[in-house]
Every structure is written in C-alpha cells, then in structure tokens.
Ligand binder design. Structure first.
Ligand code: ADP
Length: 692
C-alpha cells in the first residue's frame, strides 16, 4: 500500500469505528451472552467445553453481514467478551487465546466462503443456497478448524491421546451451532424487514403454538424415557417433536425450520446435560455426542425443506407478479389475454377479455361458446386463419366481429394467436390476445366512406372538364342517326323504294345508337355513386375503355397514345370504376404535363405487363416537363398542386385506391427523353379467386 493510500485509509477506519460503535457493542454483548447461554445449557465434564457454542455464530453473522474492511473491528470488539466469558469458567490465558483464534478462524472462513458462493441474501432463499450453507458451515470449515480447536482441551490438562475425541467435540459443537442457531440468526439480521412486512397476528398465534408444541414434545419424550417405557419404543420417542418441526418448516419456510431446530436443539441439549433425557447412555459426554448426531441428522433435511418451501413460494410470487404485470400491461394496451385447451374445450380469458366478450366474471366458458360468438360472416375466415397458423406453427392475425351474447352488441376484435400443434398437426392448445378495435373500425369505415365521397366528386369534376369532348362524342352518332333517318325517308319516298339501302341506313342508325349509348353507359357508371365492389377486373379492358372515354379530349389536346398491352389479360381483384379513375387521373396529369411541349412531341405510352413476381404492372409515361426536384417528395401529399386550377387531390386519392387494392403507386422522372412515368403494381388475381 502506498503512503498516500495509507494516509486516506486511517481516517476512514476511525470514521468506521465511530459509526459502528453501537453495532460493535451489540456484537460483543451478544458474544458474551451467547457464551453464558451455552454455559447455562450445559458444559461437558471439563466444565469448559460446551456442546452448543453460539458465540462463534455471533461473530460469523457479524462478519457475514459487514464489509471485509470492518471485520477487524468486530474481532477486536468481541475479544474482551471472550476473555470475560472464558475467565469466568476458569480457562487459562494460553488456552483462551488459542480458543479465540480458532473461534475467529471458523467464523471468518464460514463468512468468506459463503459470501463468495452465495453472494448475499436471501441466504436460505433456495435449495442451492441451503445446501451450500450446510456444506460449508456444518461440514467442511468446522471439520478443518477443529484440527486446531482440539488443542484447547489438551492445553487445559486434557490428554493428547484423546485428540480425535476432542476434535469431534469441537467439530460437533460448531456444526450444531451452525445448523441450530445460524439460520435463525442470519434470517433475523438480514431479512427481518421483509419478514416483518408479511407478519400477521395469526402468524404470532401459530408461532406460539408451535413453540409450545416443540417444548412439550421434547419434555414428554425426555420424561417418558425415564419412566417405564419398553426399551424398543425409545427411538420412537425421538420422533415426537418432528410433526411440530415439519409444521414450522412448511408454514414459515427456512425461518420456521431454523427456529424450530434451534428450539429443539436447546431443549434436548439441556435435558441431556441436566436430565432426564432420552439420550442418557452412560456418561454425559457420550449422550451429548449421540444427541448432536441426532440434531445434525434432523436439522439438515428440515432446513432443506424450509429453503425449498421459500424457493417455491418465491417462484409462485414471481409468477403471480409477472402475471399481474402482464395483465396490467395488457389492459393499458386495451388487449386481453386468452388461452384455449382443445382437449378439455376450456377457454380462459382475463377479466378485461370477459368484459369485451360480454361474459360474467366467473362463468365457465367453452371454446365452442366463444366460436359461436363470432359473427357468422367472419367465422370461417377466423377458423381458417387459426388452422393455418397451427399447421405452420406461426402467429395468426385476423380480425372479426363478436356478437355479445347478453346484449347482442357487435364489437370488432383483432385476434393474434399462436397454436401449439399436437402430434398430428392439429392445434392442441392456442394462446393469444384480443384487442377491441371497434372504434378503430368505425373510423376506418367513416374514412373509407369519405374517401369514396371525395373520389366521386373528383370523378364528377373530371368529367365536367371533359364535357366538351364527351358532348362531341355524343353529337357525332346523333347527327349520323339523323342523317341516316333522313336518308331512309328519302329512299322510302322513291318509287319503287330501294329497300336494301333503307335496311343499310337502319343498320347504321342502330350502330350509331349503340355508339352513343356506349358513351352514355360509360359516363353513367363513372357518375354513379355506388359502394366499392371488388371483383375480377381485366386491366387491359380498363385501359381501353378509359382511352375510349378520353378519345376526343386527347385529339383536342394533340396527344397521341401508344398502348403496349400484355398479351395475356392481366386480371386483378378490384373495383373497375375506382381503377379507371386512377388511370383517368394519370392520363390527364400526363396530358397536362405536356401542355408546354410542341404538339408533335406529345406522346403518352401506356404499358401493362405481368411481372415475374406475379404482379400486374401498369405504366403511364409522358414526354412532359417532368417533376421538379423539390416536388418529387410532395406529389402524393393532399392539396399539393403546381397547376393554376388544380386541387392537388388526384395523386393522393389514386395512391389510396391502389393501396386499397394491395398495390403501390409511384411517379418518377424518366431516365432518358424527359417526362415522367407513373407506375402501379397490383396483385394478380388467381384462378380460384376469380372463380369464387
Ligand atoms: P392536380 O392534378 O390537381 O395538381 P395531382 O395530385 O393529380 O393534383 O397532382 C399533383 C401534382 O403532381 C401536380 O400538380 C403536378 O405538379 C405533379 N404531377 C402529377 N403528374 C405529373 C406528371 N405526369 N408530370 C409532371 N408532374 C406531375
């Protein structure tokens, strides 16, 4: 240690001394009282050696629960107590010093080893900790230190021949103290606050009954053995206190086990040394040895039982806490947890889930009852999603309506579930969550309604802009009909009338009428305000009908159109009117973008194709001004427009429609030749869907 470090350490140690003085005093007093208690319970024939030696446990506890740097303070503090106690029983100075050295050695070795192996409280919180405690403090450490401790009686005129019997006495008295007093003392000192919090008056009553039971059982066992009980029944008497000891361990865990073992040990030792005793086998020494063996044999399983009980309770409490925490988190997220066992058909759901499903808090619910609550239109989809997830072992997500049994209220539910498949791949157990999305669904439905409304109004305004061209489309067939009708009248007025020509004129009238009604039909469907209807639609057909609709507009604005359409009809599942609206918008935007371009260069190319990924792709390219860099990111924002009379809603609406159809819309500048290209992809409809 450097000089500066030492200079810092000395004042710190003095400060420790001041702060700990009362603790040190308590430790010294406890050490002294422990020795006195040991002498009161009884000493062996040398009047010095006690079969149950608490002072070492006092020092061990002090060292175990304080930092290493304060150990020397405790050792110093208990020394006077040791001297006082041993002088009172007539121990000479050399023995007294050796005894103190071995006491310190066993306490320090126990404390240091346990701190290293267990770390900290709860020292008896698990079976592992209790095993380590027993192995260290009742087996290995006292057995080693007893090699030195055995010299104390030899130094007090004991014979060296009896070294191993002194070793056994020293070892057993320390092992018994570690098992009988150590656990109670450690739990009391390090975990008393936790214990006190849980302690209730009924526990005090139970503990008092247990104490009385142990004392009474020990007394009866010892007294009875004195009386005329047949010899063969004597071992059975040793079991008399056992029910009380086990009761204490089962009810109060390690603390109860430790307390009962302490009470039992002190009682039996006192009886062994002061009689009458169950263990009187001749001389007191031998009886005490037999008794110590019994105490060690009994206390080890009882302490392990107590520790296991604590461990189980702790695990239960942790599981309960985490369950409560999960339930709280689930309620905060408006989610409820559920579990279903297919074998028993039992359905478990959190209270929040019961409220959602309209179930009473304690009603037993079967899986079938819950399935029957699903709206009939959604049931098949929900079952299919769950079964698919079960066979794939993945997470299923589906949305469905629940019709609450009590009030018939409909709630929208988002269900996430994970199934644990049984051997045959069918679900055996399913766990998951329900989230109430009724409000979200209502908002979504309202948004969809508003979007449809806007889409309709935009269509109407778009057609309003096209009205000139459309009127022209109608005027043409109408004037053709008129001229054909006039021609027919003239032909009929001839003598003889040329009926063949009249028939041709009538045929023309019919075909022009069809042309006109075709225009009106297309206009009507675009102007009609109707619910979106998803059905198989041919994108090529939509392109052709849109171009027919825009025929005049494009001619008037000197725009040529080149169509490069997929040979195999690219069919998608969607609403043809909405998709046509998207196309109309893209073509009109392309036309607008070419307003400032020389008419000869105004060209729109429309391409449809089926991609390798099985998607339908549609491109509308123009040779217009293209997108300015600042606009590129904003074109899909509602109300963004660069046109004098633009609304800025077209692209955002088109993007929403394409998204609704499971696709994506992009608009970017062409790599070469100027202009921009709008592209959207949609999932190709498969044959089965089309047939359905
Ligand atoms: P509006 O047509 O009413 O302006 P849109 O949402 O359809 O609304 O278009 C937003 C803006 O995107 C247009 O004002 C224009 O600046 C830009 N834009 C759209 N299509 C093209 C295109 N093909 N070429 C260049 N710019 C385009």
């Amino acid at each position: 240690m450097s000089l500066t470090a030492a200079a810092h350490t000395v004042p710190r140690r003095v400060a420790d001394l001041g702060r700990d003085s009362h603790v040190l005093l308590i430790a010294a007093l406890a050490y002294y009282l422990g020795a006195e208690a040991a002498f009161f319970v009884g000493t062996l024939s040398d009047k010095i050696f006690a079969p149950f030696w608490p002072p070492n446990i006092v020092l061990f506890c002090a060292l175990l629960l304080s930092p290493y740097r304060r150990w020397w303070l405790f050792i110093l503090a208990v020394f006077p107590a040791h001297v006082l106690a041993e002088i009172r029983v007539g121990m000479g100075t050399p023995q007294l010093l050796v005894a103190f050295a071995t006491n310190c050695a066993v306490a320090a070795a126990n404390a240091a080893t346990l701190r290293r192996l267990i770390g900290g409280p709860p020292w008896f919180g698990s079976l592992r900790n209790a095993c380590l405690y027993i192995a260290v403090t009742a087996a290995v450490v006292p057995a080693i230190v007893a090699l030195g401790g055995a010299f104390v009686p030899i130094m007090s005129a004991g014979s060296a021949e009896h070294y191993w019997s002194f070793w056994a006495q020293w070892y057993l008295s320390n092992a018994v103290a570690s098992l009988a007093l150590g656990p109670v003392a450690i739990i009391l000192l390090s975990e008393r606050k936790r214990w006190w919090r849980r302690f209730q008056p009924r526990h005090a009553v139970e503990a008092t009954l247990l104490t009385a039971g142990v004392i009474a059982a020990c007394t009866v066992a010892c007294m009875a053995s004195e009386a005329a009980i047949p010899r063969g029944f004597l071992p059975a008497l040793a079991y008399l206190p056992l029910p009380f000891v086990l009761w204490a361990a089962l009810r109060f865990g390690a603390a109860g086990a430790g307390g009962a073992v302490l009470l039992l040990s002190a009682n039996l030792i006192w009886h062994a040394l002061n009689g009458p005793s169950l263990f009187l086998t001749g001389d007191a020494e031998t009886s005490v040895l037999a008794l110590q063996a019994v105490i060690i044999g009994l206390s080890i399983p009882v302490l392990l039982l107590g520790a296991s009980i604590d461990e189980t309770r702790h695990a239960e409490a942790t599981a309960r806490e985490s369950e409560e925490r999960m339930a709280l988190a689930a309620v905060s997220a408006n989610v409820c947890l559920w579990h279903v066992d297919y074998k028993s058909d039992r359905f478990w759901v959190t209270n929040h889930g019961r409220e959602l499903l309209g179930l009473r808090p304690h009603d037993a619910v079967s899986r079938h009852a819950v399935m029957s609550m699903i709206h009939p239109d959604d049931r098949q989809g929900a079952v299919a999603a769950l079964q698919a997830a079960a066979s794939a072992g993945s997470l299923a997500t589906c949305e469905f309506r629940i019709v609450r049994p009590g009030d018939g209220q409909i709630r929208w539910v988002r269900c996430r579930a994970r199934a644990l498949g049984n051997d045959r791949g069918a679900p055996a157990e399913v766990s998951g969550t329900f989230a109430d999305i009724t409000e979200q669904k209502a908002t979504e439905i309202e948004l969809a309604r508003q979007r449809q409304e806007i889409a309709h109004r935009l269509r109407v305004s778009m057609l309003g802009e096209l009205s000139g061209g459309l009127a022209h489309e109608l005027v043409q067939p109408l004037s053709a009909i008129l001229s054909n009708a006039e021609a027919a009248r003239i032909l009929l007025a001839r003598d003889p009338p040329d009926l063949n020509e009249v028939v041709e004129a009538l045929d023309d009238i019919i075909s022009e009428n069809n042309r006109a009604s075709d225009v009106i039909h297309r206009l009507r469907s675009l102007l009609k305000k109707s619910e979106a209807r998803f059905e198989p639609a041919d994108i090529n057909e939509i392109v052709n009908s849109t171009l027919r609709l825009l025929h005049n507009e494009l001619i008037t604005r000197h725009v040529r159109v080149g169509a490069d359409l997929a040979a195999h009809p690219p069919r998608v599942m969607g609403d043809a009117i909405q998709l046509q609206q998207v196309l109309l918008n893209l073509i009109l935007n392309a036309t607008d973008a070419m307003d400032d371009i020389a008419p000869a260069h105004r060209l729109i190319t429309i391409k449809t194709r089926i991609t390798d990924a099985g998607q339908v792709q549609l491109e509308v390219s123009d040779r217009g001004v293209g997108l300015a860099p600042a606009c590129q990111k904003r074109v899909f924002q509602p109300f963004f427009t660069t046109k004098e009379r633009g609304l800025g809603l077209g692209l955002s609406l088109c993007s929403a429609i394409v998204k609704l159809h499971g696709g994506a819309l992009t608009l970017s500048n062409n790599k070469a030749g100027g202009g921009a290209t709008a592209t959207f992809t949609l999932p190709l409809v498969n044959q089965r869907e089309a047939a359905e």
